[in-house]
Design a protein around this ligand. Structure first.
Ligand SMILES: [Zn+2]
Ligand SMILES: [Zn+2]
Length: 683
């Protein structure tokens, strides 16, 4: 006898050996058809798996069961991963000798890595899609089977799947039993979970692209072909997603960055290292100037620190060796010092600014009266990203953080944390990024990468949660396992105007780096005894590179007036008004506008078109009449001709728009297609 507790608290009795499907069928036939998986005692399960496996169940047991239908957030990932199996099945029907690697989901779809001699191309997509449609129409059941390791090895050998054989022997060496899933003739080693049958995939799936990949991401291993695809439960959601992809292509910051001369990457300088061109530098500088004013207003002190530091510094902080894989290897001075490698001084390219700021805090004794100490720096840091992961400005190897560290007393934490969150909100608002959610990253209770005691972590997490709750932050979520290794954090995840999510600003609480085991930071309390301060790390934009990359895409290159590299252009109707045109240009420069003039003899229409294409917010057209009357005819890039006005009036109008940091170019992109936060099906 099994007692099933449903989410509404109701209890129902079932025989031993029933599955979640039987529970659904017991409620209604419609629910049985709609259910695709179940959460059993908090754990995701296949719909047809027994709720209490035979032999393990005591005479009477209680299980809580939540049935998952396509309306639940977990459903999309389960369906997409199942579609990856179907895609693999289709590819194997159409091609001989296909080796299977991995087929996980991504935030927007899924892929499968194949080992195949024949290179696949987009021309193969229609045939693969047609074959997938057949498998979906056949509504093949996904059957799970669990076998001992030895049997799993034998099965993969028989199937000729040598990558799976290797994976069982290496990556899965500790597993005693392994699971396989079969649909129709297709059999694959997989952890699961899957939908009950292929029919649940429906018709809204599409193959997207093909790329090279390596077995287990190792460039010295087998080269694989990665087939990307996506699937939705709803046809309209698929159409919306494909439209969004088109729109994303049009906004690609790598393309616009080149066209608009904002940044470049030179292979002679190095991959993932951004060279800011003059126009891009204007945007960055304007953002930095704006932030500097905010920082002064909020009581921060600016500091500067070097780009390298001794390895011992990062050993104390724990950045080395915890994260050595994501850092450039140490610079070893041993040979210079006439010593054997590793015996002399070793330096690291700075992976984080925090240890340097900590040493500034430690440069003199601190009293409780000095706290909070807020140290800010636009600090450049270096991380070693795999070359395959690099992407324009958004995934780089060197980047400048709008960083700051706050050292405060335990009593000040809530106010300081709130101040950081408020600053981030102010900054995002001034950039027209009003659509964001706040994600609280807490530790994974089972993880072992964290420094500091569980009591310290509990205190940090409780304090952060209380502050965020008191602020009524939009769409706040708590995610276990998303914390930094030194403390919990709040990340701002911004949705851009075409519905894509970007993790930008971050505020992180840290009880660990100041601790005795790390830097042993102190201040003298009112009681005249030493106390340990709390640290807050925060970066409202995250990194200048990534943020500007996202901004380029958010605005599709058309920056609001206060950020635009070229804010206005003077256009002459004919050569006769060149002198007046130059006078107008100078007056705007005197008023601190970024302005140029086009005094060529070409037709006005052509000059306007060029300025429009250059995404210049305002054009000031001047003719002989304007010269006589001291006026300019203002053309707004978005609204067209807005008429003639005295020059002083035009300047005042532009100045008001800059001062208000008005954002006019972002249209409401409508509801974004659903995002799957990812599932992990792979062994
Ligand atoms: Zn699977
Ligand atoms: Zn930091």
């Amino acid at each position: 006898m099994l007692i099933v507790i449903l989410p509404d608290g109701s209890r129902r009795e079932f025989d031993d050996g029933v599955s979640a499907y039987d529970v659904a069928a017991g409620i209604s036939g419609g629910l049985a058809r709609a259910a695709i998986a179940a959460e059993v005692d908090g754990e995701l399960r296949d719909l047809c798996a027994p709720l209490a496996p035979a032999g393990t169940s005591p005479a009477a047991r209680e299980v809580s069961v939540r049935l998952i239908t396509k309306k639940d957030p977990e459903a999309l990932g389960i369906m997409r991963h199942s579609a990856a199996h179907v895609m693999a099945q289709a590819v194997m029907r159409l091609h001989k000798g296909v080796g299977l690697a991995f087929g996980p989901t991504t935030a927007t779809g899924f892929y499968y890595d194949f080992q195949l001699d024949k290179p696949l191309s987009e021309e193969d997509f229609p045939a693969i899609e047609a074959e997938m449609a057949k498998i979906v129409a056949a509504d093949e059941r996904f059957e799970r089977m669990v076998v001992p390791r030895a049997k799993a090895l034998e099965m993969c050998r028989e199937l000729g799947q040598k990558l799976k054989v290797e994976h069982i022997e290496t990556g899965l060496a500790a597993e005693e039993t392994l699971s396989f899933y079969r649909q129709g003739e297709f059999l694959d080693l997989c952890r699961g979970k899957h939908i009950p049958s292929t029919g649940h995939i429906g018709k809204a799936f599409k193959l997207l692209s093909i790329a090279g990949a390596y077995w287990k991401g190792d460039a010295s291993r087998d080269q694989l072909q990665r087939l990307y695809a996506t699937a939705y439960f709803d046809k309209k959601e698929l159409t919306d997603y494909l439209t969004q992809m088109e729109e994303a292509k049009r906004r690609d910051h790598r393309v616009l960055g080149k066209q608009l001369e904002l940044f470049t990457i030179s292979q002679t300088v190095g991959s993932g290292l951004i060279l800011w061109l003059p126009k891009g530098a204007v945007i960055r500088q304007t953002l930095e100037d704006y932030l500097k004013v905010e920082l002064r207003r909020r009581g921060y002190d600016a500091v500067y620190t070097p780009n390298i530091g001794k390895i011992e510094l990062y050993q104390i902080s724990g950045h080395f060796p915890y994260y050595s894989d994501s850092q450039f290897p140490p610079i070893d001075l041993s040979e210079r010092e006439g010593l054997k490698p590793g015996e002399g001084e070793r330096y690291l390219l700075k992976p984080m600014n925090c240890p340097h700021h900590i040493m500034i805090y430690k440069a003199k004794p601190r009293s409780y009266r000095d706290l909070p100490v807020r140290l800010a720096e636009f600090g450049t840091v270096y991380r070693f990203e795999q070359s395959g992961e690099l992407n324009g400005m958004t995934r780089v190897r060197g980047f400048c953080q709008d960083d700051a560290h706050i050292f405060c007393t335990e009593e000040q934490v809530a106010d300081e944390f709130r101040g950081c969150l408020e600053m981030t909100q102010t900054v995002l608002k001034s950039l027209g990024m009003n659509n964001y959610r706040v994600r609280l990253g807490f530790r994974d209770p089972n993880g072992d990468k964290y420094v500091g005691s569980p009591e310290v972590w509990d205190r940090a997490e409780a304090s952060l949660k209380a502050v965020c709750e008191s602020m009524n932050l939009p769409d706040m979520s708590i995610e276990a396992g998303e914390a930094a290794f030194y403390g919990p954090k709040a990340d701002f995840v911004v949705t851009d105007c075409i519905g894509r999510e970007w993790q930008l600003g971050t505020v992180q609480l840290d009880y660990n780096l100041p601790s005795k085991e790390r830097f042993g930071l102190e201040y003298t309390g009112a009681d005249n005894t030493p106390h340990q301060p709390v640290m807050i790390h925060r970066a409202p934009l995250g990194s200048m590179e990534r943020f500007v990359g996202v901004l380029i895409e958010h605005f599709a290159g058309a920056f609001p007036l206060w950020l635009a590299p070229e804010q206005a252009r003077v256009l002459t109707v004919s050569e006769k008004s060149e002198e007046y045109g130059r006078e107008v240009e100078q007056k705007l420069k005197d008023a601190e506008f970024r302005v140029t003039g086009d005094y060529r003899g070409s037709k006005l229409g052509a000059k306007i078109r060029e300025a429009q294409l250059g995404l210049i917010p305002y054009m000031l057209v001047v003719g002989e009449k304007d010269a006589a009357e001291g006026t300019v005819t203002v053309r707004d890039r978005l609204e067209g001709d807005i008429g003639a006005m005295p020059l002083a009036e035009a300047i005042a109008k532009l100045r008001a728009e800059v001062e208000a940091k008005t954002v006019r170019q972002v249209a409401d992109g409508g509801a974004p297609p659903p995002i799957d936060r990812g599932t992990n099906n792979e062994y």
